[in-house]
Structure formats: C-alpha cells, structure tokens
Design a protein around this ligand. Structure first.
Ligand code: PEP
Ligand code: MG
Length: 593
C-alpha cells in the first residue's frame, strides 16, 4: 500500500518523480564567553555579520526582482529591516556586553527569544513570518562561525527531483533551481507563508503542512505530488500514476480555458452581470489584477504599510500608494480598507500590549479610533486619493453605528482642512464598512443607514460566528461558511443592503471558492472580490451557473439545519453546471490554510 499524506495545497500542479530529502538546520552555537577586553571586538564582529547578512539578502532581493518582479522582491524587506531593528540589535549587544557572550551565542539567544514570543502568539500571520527569522539566523550565525553561505541548488541531484524538507525559508525557496526541481513538499508551512507565495510565483507545485513526511521518505523513493489537492503519494502504484496523469490532463485543459477568460465578461448564462474585483495586499499587485481581468479592487489591505516597520508611514507615502491603485483602475471602484491592525498583525511601532485573545481584542477600527495620530494621516491620504478615481473608504470590524459616525466626523474635519489648504479631493467620497461580526450582520439595517456600502469579510465572520479560530489547522473541518448560522447571517446582510439600496459585496475567501460563489449568487450577492490568481476560476464558475438556479438551490439550502446538509445540497446544485473533480474533491475554505 502506498503511503498517502494530505497537507495544504500551496501551489498547483501535478508532478511525479524521485524524492530528494533536504536536511538543513541552523547550526547550534556552543555557549562561549569572551574575556572583557574582547567585548568591543565581539560587538564589532556582530555588526559586521549583521551588515553582511543584510547585503546578502539584498542581493537575493535584487535577483528576485529581476526574476519574479517587485512584489515578490518585497518579501525580503522585513528581513532586511529586522536586521536593523533596535530590539534585536541592542538586545544582542547587551548580551555581549553584560554577559560577555560570544557574538554568535548572544545573537542565537536573542533569536530564540523572538521565536518563542512569536510562536506563543499562535497567530497565523506571525507564525508565517517565523521562517523569515530562520533566514536571518542562518546567515548571521554562519558568518560568525565561519561557515559558508549555504548552497541549496541541489547540484548533486542527477535527475529532476521532488524536494522534501521539514521547512523552507524564503531565501532557500527563491534559490531553488527550477531545472532540477519538479515540486516541493514540506512538513511545516502555511499557504500564506512567504515560501508558499514564492513557490506559486515560481510555478513550482507545492504541498505544505505534511506533518512528518520528511521522516517517512527516503532519497530516491518515487512520489506523486498534487499541488492542487494537497496530496503526496509515496511509491504509487501504476494505477495511481495513470489516474494522476489523467487528472493532470484534465486540469491543464481547464487551465487553458481559464487563460482565455480574462477579457470575457463576468456574467451568468442568464445574463446577470457580476462585479468581479480583486483583493490586493500591495500597490504593485494592481497591475496583476488588471491583467487577470479584475473590474476594480474590492479590498486593498493597507497593513503592508505598517507591519514590520519601525515607524508609521507618513501621509505622502500612503497617498502615493493609494493613488497608484486608483490610477490602475481609472473607471472602476477601488475599495481601500483602513488599517486592520491587532488580531494577527502587529506593527512594531505601536507597541501593542500582549493580549489573552488578540482576535477579540484591540483590533482594526478600535485601534484606529484610539490612535488619531495614526488614523488621521491615513484618512487624509485616502481623501486625497479620491481625486484620482472611484476610491471608496472601507472600515474593518465595525460593530456599532458609533464607530462609523466617529470616523465620518474625522473625515469631515480632515476634508475641511484639505479644502482650506486647497488640496483636491472628491467631496462626494463614499464610506462603507466590512461586515465581519455576527453583531454587525444582525444590525445590518441600522448600519445601512450610515454606510454607503457593505463588504462582507467572511474570513472573520465565520470565525466569530462559529467561535472557530480561522488559523487553527486542527479546527479546519469546523471552519465553514456553509454552517446554517453563517448563511443566515449572510442572507440578513444581503437583504438589509438591498433594502437600503447599497451595494453588498463579499471579499472573504468564501468568494474565492466555487461552492461559496454558488451560495453568494444564490443569496443575491453580485459583487465579489478575490485574490488575482482566483479571478479566472471564479469567472468560469459565474459564467457556468444560471442565477435563477443558484437562487433555487440556495433557497432550499437555507432550510437545512447542518453544515454537512448545506454543503451537500450546494455541491449537488453546483455539480450540475461544473465538473467539480477539478477541485480535487476538497473545499479549501479556511483563509489561512
Ligand atoms: C475577512 O475577514 O474576510 C477579510 C477579507 O479580511 P482579512 O482576511 O484581512 O481579515
Ligand atoms: Mg477580516
């Protein structure tokens, strides 16, 4: 019997080939102390190694920019900044000066403290960044202990292999030689870790979170890796290989078809147009979104401006970023979300206090309203961007009318100032909210009186409704937008928006899931926003499903009492219009999986 391991699909593609198990680790450093007179020399050695590591990562960043583009190159920015972070640098120097530790040991200890603090947070976005720390550690410690910069080119592999490892860091991933590597399988990792993002950019099929695969596989054993379904089969039978070859052909045909869709309309067969927009995390992604056929940006997350930075960005820098995106879509709406900090995103400069339950804590609009010095420049930058396109201001995690009113007051004050200063903006600017909590969905009729639009954030709405952490892999089977409790809240929000005459869109992952699209269309939601890479697939679903059929199936599903019954009913309904085997029989629903 072949060994089968299911993990998280991180980058699509099916490959068959021999395993190459890559074992690597940051070298352990012995506990060495230095005589007091050598302390200044040790501090200087640390600074030299830190600068060297920074230069080396910058070099890799430049190569990445040339090879993959500026967005991917940005991934290395936090690592470079981190090596200047006063907490890290001063903390290491203090260990050398006060405890007379060798530079390598002092740095290792400081990194261990970071790692345990970050791991303790348990939050997906921070966990994703853990292997960024490994990258830094590996370089600085190798430099200090006289080891060469590691070579991950697999030059000893004599044929194309499937790389199996416990984990990969971003710099290891970009250095992998595509001519030698067919695909990647790792024990650790998440879909949103930097290594997974880079694997997708490199078109390298990948499955992550395979628990113990690297211990179970020997070099040279044959593997099938299915990056779309998230499965690895060790020593497959001839029959397995045949099944996967057929599946590969089917998927390639499907992908060819998707390529042709970019310039076709997002319209159902019964001629209901759907606004299909893109979610982006960085300004540079606006172009990718346009190329993939997005009709505007439904969610521009602005946290990239603050996370991992030691100072808040000024109004000018923000204005340039927002304007860039607005100008990429001159005739279409661009929804820019104000900072969604807290929860899983902590900027270094805010010194956010540790919280027992950060997702139920000081987060999003709560932080912004408490920190006018942070919020006002953002609102001013957003107002100024309204002069360059249809920019809509979107507030995250709103729970009460008051939060919207307070933000409107701040906006009015800033608009007044801009007017006095003669700085252009659109006085008819629009402000709306993300519906992400059950409370917001329940009072949607009241909120609709003050909001110009609703955008439903299903990633959070699902976690708050079901009390299921969106990043907890163990709870992944419970994390579903098809729970009757969730779909009823979605319906209430959609109905309230329709009655108030405002647009209701969905920008959570449910909109990027074929079954989710079927559900949302059936609830009468005809504005969706998804990651650029999901646009073709979602457009294909829209173009395949008659709206009245979705409505009929969803009306029936709304009567059902369990998540399984709802999922089954929707699957049966959608399965009449589209071949669902393409999706590998799995519905990848959790945003962090
Ligand atoms: C959501 O919660 O659905 C959403 C889109 O916001 P984020 O994933 O950034 O929390
Ligand atoms: Mg959210």
């Amino acid at each position: 019997m072949p060994l089968i391991r299911d993990g998280i699909p991180a980058s699509p593609g099916i490959v068959v080939g021999p395993a190459y198990v890559l074992r690597w680790a940051v070298p352990r450093v012995p506990h060495v102390t230095v005589p007091p007179k050598s302390v200044p020399k040790e501090v200087a050695r640390f600074h030299e190694a830190r600068k060297w590591a920074q230069d080396r990562i910058r070099e890799i960043q430049l190569q990445t920019a040339e090879r993959l583009g500026p967005v991917e190159a940005q991934i290395f920015e936090p690592q470079i900044l981190m090596l200047n972070d006063p907490d890290l640098v001063d903390g290491t120097v203090a260990y050398i000066e006060q405890n007379h530790l060798s530079a390598a040991r002092a740095f290792e200890l400081r990194m261990l403290e970071y790692q345990s603090e970050w791991s303790r947070s348990g939050h997906p976005m921070i966990m994703d960044r853990l292997n960024d720390l490994l990258d830094i550690e590996l370089r600085v410690i190798n430099r200090l202990t006289g080891l060469p910069d590691p070579d991950f080119t697999l030059s000893d592999a004599d044929q194309r292999v499937i790389l199996v490892a416990k984990d990969l860091t971003p710099t290891i991933t970009v250095q992998l030689d595509r001519s030698r590597i067919l695909g990647v399988a790792t024990d650790a990792g998440t879909r949103t870790s930097h290594s997974a993002i880079l694997a997708r950019s490199l078109n390298l099929p990948a499955v992550v979170s395979l628990t113990d695969l690297s211990d179970r596989v020997q070099n040279g054993q044959e593997l099938i890796l299915d990056g779309r379904a998230g499965r690895v089969i060790v020593e497959p039978t001839e029959r397995d290989k045949e099944v996967y070859r057929e599946r590969d052909i089917k998927i390639r045909e499907w992908e060819q078809e998707l390529l042709l869709l970019a310039h076709l309309e997002a319209v159902t067969p019964d001629r209901q147009p759907v606004q299909l927009r893109a979610n982006i995390d960085m300004p540079g992604e606006a172009e990718t979104a346009r190329v993939h056929g997005a009709q505007g940006v439904g969610l521009f997350r602005t946290e990239f401006l603050v996370v991992g930075r030691s100072a808040a960005p000024d109004e000018e820098e923000q204005y340039r970023a927002y304007r860039h995106v607005a100008e990429a879509f001159p005739h279409q709406a661009v929804f820019i979300r104000t900072y969604d900090l807290g929860g899983d995103k902590f900027p270094l400069f805010l010194h956010m206090p540790p919280e027992e339950n950060p997702f139920l804590g000081w987060r999003a609009i709560r932080v912004c309203l408490d920190q006018p010095d942070l919020f006002r420049p953002q609102l001013r930058a957003l107002l100024r961007a309204t002069a360059h396109g249809d920019v809509r201001i979107m507030l995250p995690l709103v729970n009460e009318v008051r939060e919207l009113q307070l933000t409107r007051e701040l906006l009015e004050e800033e608009a007044h100032r801009l007017e006095e200063e003669g700085i252009p903006f659109n006085p008819g600017y629009k402000v709306g909210i993300m519906v992400e909590t059950p409370a917001a969905a329940l009072i949607a009729p009241e909120l609709a009186q003050y909001a110009d639009f609703f955008s439903i954030g299903t990633n959070d709405l699902v976690q708050y409704t079901l009390a299921v952490d969106r990043g907890n892999a163990r709870l992944a089977p419970l994390y579903t937008p098809f729970h009757p409790g969730v779909i009823r809240l979605l319906k209430m929000t959609a109905d309230a928006g329709r009655q108030a005459g405002i647009e209701v869109s969905v920008c959570g992952e449910a909109a990027a899931n074929p079954l989710g699209v079927f559900l949302l269309l059936g609830l009468g939601i005809t504005a969706l926003s998804v990651g650029p890479s999901s646009l073709p697939e979602i457009k294909k679903v829209i173009r395949s499903v008659p709206l009245h059929e979705a409505r009929r199936a969803v009306a029936e599903a709304l009567e059902l009492g369990t998540p399984d019954a709802v999922t089954e009913a929707l699957t049966a309904g959608l399965g009449r219009w589209i071949d669902l085997s393409i999706f590998g029989g799995r519905w990848n629903l959790s945003p962090e999986q």
